[in-house]
Each structure stands twice: as structure tokens, then as C-alpha cells.
Ligand binder design. Sequence first.
Ligand code: SF4
Length: 249
Amino acid sequence: MSILVDKFENAVLRTEKERNKKRDPARLSISSLGKCVRQLTYRALGHRERGMDGRSALTLAVGTAMHTYLRRAFKKRFRRSKTVRIEGFPKEIETSVVVGGHKIEGHIDGKVWIGGKAYLLELKTMSDWAYRDFVRYDVLDYSYVIQTLAYMEGTGLHTAIVIGVNKNTGEMKEFFIDFEASKKTWLDRKAFLDRHIQSPDLATAPKEYGPDDKSMKLPWQCGYCPFVLECWADRKPKEESRNKFILTS
Ligand code: SF4
């Protein structure tokens, strides 16, 4: 039983909704280019998103607040550095790429010059499990890779430093992306998006994620997708626990 928590969670949810009120839900941004193309299609067509709960809203708000804090701390640490020069603080640097005939916009965390060489800087706050995989496999999540490559095309910067930060423990790890070495990944993704974003159509938009055939459980990408119920409606998805779905037919 709770006397205050339910009301408090609702208040958090309302605050987050208020904060995002001006955001156009149908607008695609560079940060969404690595996400499931069917999710982007639902978005582009203006479909209604599944409502978020208070806990998810709070988790998102914590990530946003931590990101703001990290940018401030970064600026403070390096603004007078003799060896590292920074640009993009406090105001993020805007950029854009053309995908599927549309200008898709976004903003990078900053530019950093070390020894005269320019790098694109991205700060990514991560959950415990995402950070654990990032460290264990030394691999950045695919959607972050695509987002960063799009920023690199937009800005013309050819090396990126992505700093992953564990939201719970404060641990940090650097990851480097070389545009030339990863160019094929970006061009393949762009060609794929070109085909589907130009004229968004649910009849042809593929599901990039799906259940494990044996367990019928949907992966986390679907669990956190705002269109999961609509997308899998014919397989009757059931929420087993928060953001974890299993198909029942
Ligand atoms: S539920 Fe999964 S497959 Fe469907 S749009 Fe969302 S991420 Fe893509």
C-alpha cells in the first residue's frame, strides 16, 4: 500500500509531459536514426505512443539531468586547459543530415581539439546493464554508433570520442569511432533508411527486432518501444513485468 508514492509518480509523469510538451512526436531527429525503422515509421505517421509510467519518466529525467551535469563539469574541467580546447559548451552544436530526402536535425555534445586534432564528443549516460555490456564487449550500442556516424557526416568530423557513463555507479569509459573505418556501416544504414523514410508505410516497414522463437519474449528494444502494443497486436502481447512483453499467440 502506498499513501504518497502513487501520487508522487503521477506528479513526475506530469512534470515530464509538461517538459516535453513542445516536442513534435512525429519529428525524426538524428538520435532516432539507429532505432527500429518501423518505430520511426509509426512516429512519422503520427501514431499515438503508449503512455509512459512515472518510474520510466523519472529514469529519463535522471539521465537528462546527469547529462546536463556532465556537460557543465566537462566545461569546467577543460575551459582553461592548455592541451585540450573545447567548443559547444554550454550551447550544443547543431547539425543535420539528409536521409530519405528529409533534413534530419540533431545536436552534438561538443567538439574537442587535442594536439591540434578535432574530435566529436558524445556523452552517453547508461543503465547498469547497458554499461556492463559496453565494458564487457567493448562495443557501443548500434543505435549510438549510427547516431554518432550521422553526427560525423553532418559536422565533417572524422573521429569521435564517446564517453559512456554508468548512471548508477558513475563509472566512465571512452570509446573511439573512426568515420572512414565505419563508413560502410553508415552508408548501409542510410540506404536502408532512404528506402523507408522517404514515403513511410507500415505495410513495408520491417520489424527490426522480434521475439526469441522459443520463449516468445520480446527483446528490450520492443519492450521500451512506444508502439509495441500496436506493432505486435496480432500476436497478443502481454506485459509480464514492467516493459517486458511476451507474445501469447
Ligand atoms: S515493437 Fe519492436 S519491432 Fe515493433 S516498432 Fe517497436 S522496436 Fe520495432
